[in-house]
Every structure is written in C-alpha cells, then in structure tokens.
Design a protein around this ligand. Structure first.
Ligand code: ZN
Length: 421
C-alpha cells in the first residue's frame, strides 16, 4: 500500500460542473491518490490506483502508465487507474479557459505535472511495500444512489435502475488484522457543489474507515455511476438550507463506511490467485458528425450543455482538422483464480452495464468498476441512447451509436475468456 495527498496547494479551476464561474476558494478535505500492489507469487505484480479526482483523461493516464512500465516494468494490463469523480476537486489535463482566468492554464498544467510525478512515485512505493497478505471478498448494500435521469422536469416516468452493491475486498495481514480495504459504489460524487476542495461522500467514507481501522488504508473505486446521483442533495444558496450539503455528504460517507464495515465483520470468501489480467482499447463509433456551421449555430442554443458540447467539438475541429469518427474505449479485466472477477471500464458508464455484466458473470463474485483509465465521456447503454437526455450526448465526436453497448460487452467477454482460469 501507499498513499499520497494530492490536495491542491493553490486556488485552481475545479472540475465537474460546467457552470462554475471562478476557481476554488479553500480546502475542506484533503484529496488522496492511493495504490495497492498485488503479487500472486509469480513476481509480476499488478497495481490498482484510486484517486479523489473527477476523472483522468488518456493523456494523463498514459503519462503515468508509460513511466510505470519504464521504471518498474509494470505493463499496461497490470495497472488500473480509477477516479472517484468528485465534483469538488481540481481540473487536470486540458481544459477550456474562461475569459479573465487565463492564468489558470498554468496552474492546471503545474498541478497535472505534479500529479503524474506523485502517481508514479506512489506506485513505486506500493511495489516496494509488499509483504505476505491474504485477500477476502464480500458485498454489502447502500441505498445512497438514485437514478438521476428521473430528477428532471417531466422525466419521473423513466425506468430507474440502480446498483446498490458495495463490493468489499479485504487485504489482511497473516494474523488476520486489516491492512487495507478496497470498496466500491456506483454513484456520482456530487453531493456538494461549492467552491471548496472536497472529496465528497467517497472521501468521508474512506476517512471513516481509516479511523475505525487505524493503520489500514481504505481505497474507493467508483462503479457504473453514470446516471446515479446521491439524493437528496442541496447545492443552492439559500442560507436556511445551506447546512444540508455538509450534513448529507457526511451522512452518505458514514452510510457507505458502515456498509463496508458490516461486510468486513460478516463471513467473507477467500480470494485466490493466480491474477490474470487483460487490457484493450475497443473503438466505439460516433454518429455522423455535424457540420461546422451546425455546431456554430448550436453556440446560440438556450441549453448550456448543448452550447458547452458544441464549443468542445469546435475546439476539436480546430486542433485536429475534423471530428473523430470513433473513440478508443479502454476495457480491462482482472481475474483472481476462480474467485473474484474485476472488470474495469473506461468513461462515465451508466448502470445498465454493471447489472448486465453481473447477471452474466455472477452477482456474488463480479465487480464492475467504471471511470477507469480514461474518463472521456458518458458511455450510454442502448436503452439510454434510445431515451436520449444528458447521458446520451456523447463525447468529442458527438453522440455514440446504438451498437456501443454490444461492442463493449463483447470486448469484455473476449477479455474474460482470455483471463479465465
Ligand atoms: Zn459525471
């Protein structure tokens, strides 16, 4: 295990909400990047990295992965990089500069460079820190996530699938004491909406667990949270209601930590080796590109999301000459012996994927993570694409097509076959 604080040390442009008008104003909780190195006895360890960040794009994770391969011989399929998707953290990588805040380009560039450095170092520390351990797996439940696609005027009639499972991987010392716990949940870290740096409910849950188990490290892995919000939440400015935001985020953290702790006290199943790993990028196609003139017309749309996406697509045309016709979506599978199957998907994956993959591979021992390796866009299911709405709007090349779900599920299956015991 290793962990490092990645709390910004200066006021920085925050990630997550497009409507923000100024950089961060102070720190409420620290943010961390954590690494867990696992060696099944073959001398070829694998490393899981978690981070209290909105999500890292490929440009950043490639930077980390290439250095880890060069310095530690850690190949790409043996490194997973997950983000909690906190909306109260800093921006990383490239971002659109707001007029009046040009100086933020340099602040974000400096933060990103330091982040890559810290991530590589922390992976190295985890690799040097390995000592004998046994692994156990179990799952709890937590009812924080609500399918947020119903939370808009006129959409309460939509179906509302959620994934309330709380997968828990315990890493125990030979004497049985807890050294680390990795836990997951499928819900946006969007309880808060202010200008203070905060790891949101996942941060409070990790902190609570590290208090219950002094000396142990708690790592949060975000699941298929694309269409789930913690509800209720309060992000307005009414003084009489403001107290809710901090009360709710603390409470959600406690609920999740309680679920993990109850799972740790119940009967857990042993997780065995060997650990087999596979990683691939699969091309998911965009729908036919809109013309430049059409995108320029969208800049006047009343919907700020449509305007923001049009701005982003015009920037892509400016930088690359044209819009891409597909996106290389990273898909990764870690198979632990005949026990746990850990599926790590890229992007903001909606909940249908997690439910479908667990139904296919087994509810008891399949863990579906998302926001891994490249957080490039929402990844809609066929159902969500058909319904339309926010999570169906796509990425740099516009909306994805109806075959997206089948392409990803097929690629997962190919990697599952390749890693099967
Ligand atoms: Zn999101």
């Amino acid at each position: 295990m290793a962990k490092v604080a990645i709390t910004p040390t200066e006021s920085i442009w925050m990630a997550g909400y497009g409507a923000r008008t100024k950089p961060s104003e102070g720190v409420q909780t620290d943010l961390y990047l954590k690494a867990l190195a696992l060696d099944d006895g073959t001398g070829r360890p694998s490393v899981l990295v978690t981070s209290d960040l909105v999500g890292l794009r490929r440009q950043v994770t490639d930077g980390i992965a290439e250095r880890c391969e060069k310095e530690y011989g850690l190949t790409r399929e043996r490194l997973v990089i997950n983000s909690s998707h906190t909306h109260s953290g800093p921006t990383t990588g490239e971002f659109a500069i707001r007029a009046g805040y040009e100086g933020q380009t340099e602040v974000v560039r400096r933060y990103t460079a330091a982040l890559i450095e810290k991530a590589v170092e922390t992976v190295g520390t985890a690799l040097r820190n390995m000592s004998p351990a046994r692994l156990e797996f179990s799952q709890g439940f937590a009812g924080i996530a609500v399918n947020r696609r119903r939370d808009h005027p006129g959409t309460r009639g939509l179906p509302a699938p959620v994934d309330h499972d709380v997968p828990v991987l315990a890493i125990r010392n030979p004497d049985g004491s807890l050294r680390a716990v990795v836990f997951g949940y499928a819900c946006h870290n969007t309880t808060l909406g202010a200008y203070k740096i905060n790891a949101d409910y996942a941060g409070y849950a990790q902190e609570a667990l590290e208090k219950i188990y002094p000396g142990a490290t708690a790592l949060f892995v975000l699941g298929c949270a694309g269409d789930a919000n913690p509800l209720p939440r309060y992000q307005g400015t009414d003084d009489a209601l403001k107290h809710y935001s901090l009360e709710l985020v603390t409470m959600y953290g406690k609920i999740l930590a309680a679920s993990v702790d109850l799972a740790l006290h119940a009967k857990m199943r042993p997780v065995t080796g060997p650990l087999k790993t596979a990683f691939e990028r699969v091309d998911i196609p965009f729908q036919k590109s809109p013309s430049k003139a059409e995108l320029q017309a969208r800049l006047k749309n009343r919907d700020s999301d449509i305007r923001t996406q049009a701005e982003r697509m015009l920037r892509v045309i400016e930088q690359q000459g044209k819009l891409p016709d597909h996106y290389p979506d990273p898909v990764q599978v870690w198979q632990f012996g005949r026990s746990l199957k850990f599926i790590a998907l890229g992007g903001e994956v909606v909940v249908d994927y997690s439910l479908r993959l667990k139904a296919r591979y087994g509810w008891e021992d399949t863990w579906v993570a998302a926001y891994c390796n490249d957080v490039f866009a929402y990844v809609p299911s066929a159902r969500v694409l058909q319904e339309g709405g926010y999570e169906a709007r796509g990425g740099d090349g516009g909306p994805f097509t109806a075959v997206t779900e089948e392409i990803i599920v097929e690629k997962v299956h190919e990697l599952v076959r390749r890693t099967s015991p």
